[in-house]
Design a protein around this ligand. Sequence first.
Ligand code: UDX
Length: 437
Amino acid sequence: MRISVIGCGYLGAVHAACMAKLGHEVVGIDVDEQKIANLSEATAPFYEPGLEDLLRDVQETGRLKFTTDISAAAGSSVHFICVGTPQKKGENGADLRFVDASAEALAPYLAPGDLVVGKSTVPVGTAARLAEFVKDVQPDAHLVWNPEFLREGHAVSDTLQPDRFVYGVEGGSEDDPAVSVLDEVYAVPLSNGTPRLITDHPTAELVKTAANSFLATKISFINAMAEVCEAAGADISSLADAIGLDDRIGRKFLNAGIGFGGGCLPKDIRAFMARAGELGADQALTFLREVDAINMRRRNRVVELTRDLCDGSLLGKRITVLGAAFKPESDDVRDSPALNIAAQLQLQGAVVTVNDPKALVNAAKRFPELHYESNLEIALNGADILLLLTEWQQYRDLDPYVTGASVTCRRILDGRNTLDPSKWRSAGWLYRGLGRP
Ligand code: UDX
């Protein structure tokens, strides 16, 4: 099939490459010339494991092209909208200007029978509005909402072998002509057994926001338990293991620590609350305000704990922060708890050095006032305390004896509860986890 993918960020670049991998002829379109120039040379504009190899593979087949020219969408029968929906400045709602602009730019190139497929995370009601717009410009074209559930760091496999497909079609009917077209797009994963659900437009939009809200709630739940564990002298990791063995609860997404960040969960729960308010259903989601508050409180807690561990004062203390990305296997620093904590510590007089294997360039753009050191050994040198804030494998692999020889003071705060406390303590470290005695 001939496919266009509009928006080549974290979602679109991966989607375009994966659609070509599935055998389709794909053109990726973005307004950012630098991004398109990079992608055309099989260089990913961000770090995502496996993406560059995939780009190279599929570009060699000639099935994947990138351009800034939206007219290249002409001739494709399926058009994926993969642009960002960031949080509005100064408000909780989602900014839909990129979604609207891409629909408008695409409009002149829509032909009868074409499918416009929304993948971006949008407030419920957006699909119905866009469906009207599409009908106005091309009465024989259709709009489907087909949310994306990929995780950064696993984006390629999540796209090629997703847990499920959700097709939101007008009226939610199996007989909608869009269903067979999308089935053809996803023929390979469907034949491998990926389930697909047909819903109406609003349900498909809500599936995505509900899923992210549930994940955020799970993380904040365990972080709230961590607060209680700290007060009671209990251990959150054992507690999570024990409740996670109940398969109604499950152990995934029960890792207590400094909380969630990134370009999705924080802004999606806020946009969801804002949209529920517009719909008159704000009471239903007031608990998400608490989820958000618990999450943000983690960051302050780490600052306070660090102060305690530094004998009550942060002034002049040399703090090495291990990790800047919002999670490992990503160079994304959007709403990164690690960077937020690093910046707060520096504002309170600490001398902060931040290390990260992939995210330092992005981090320096967002927080230019922080000091960054890409060499881990140099970053560790002379530290009064280490803060492990993003659980990259190289930090998990640190040897407490070797590391102990570099630092000035053997103190470590494990913000992700990933190290073995007894190993570090027996090497003479003052080890502190979150929600652990
Ligand atoms: C999320 C959803 O998982 C994905 O389905 C959706 O499509 C986009 O949003 P992503 O933002 O890539 O994906 O990251 P995710 O793996 O969900 O992690 C989000 C944050 O939660 C990270 O900061 C991570 O460190 C944190 N987290 C995750 C925890 O603090 N504890 C956990 O147990 C799990």
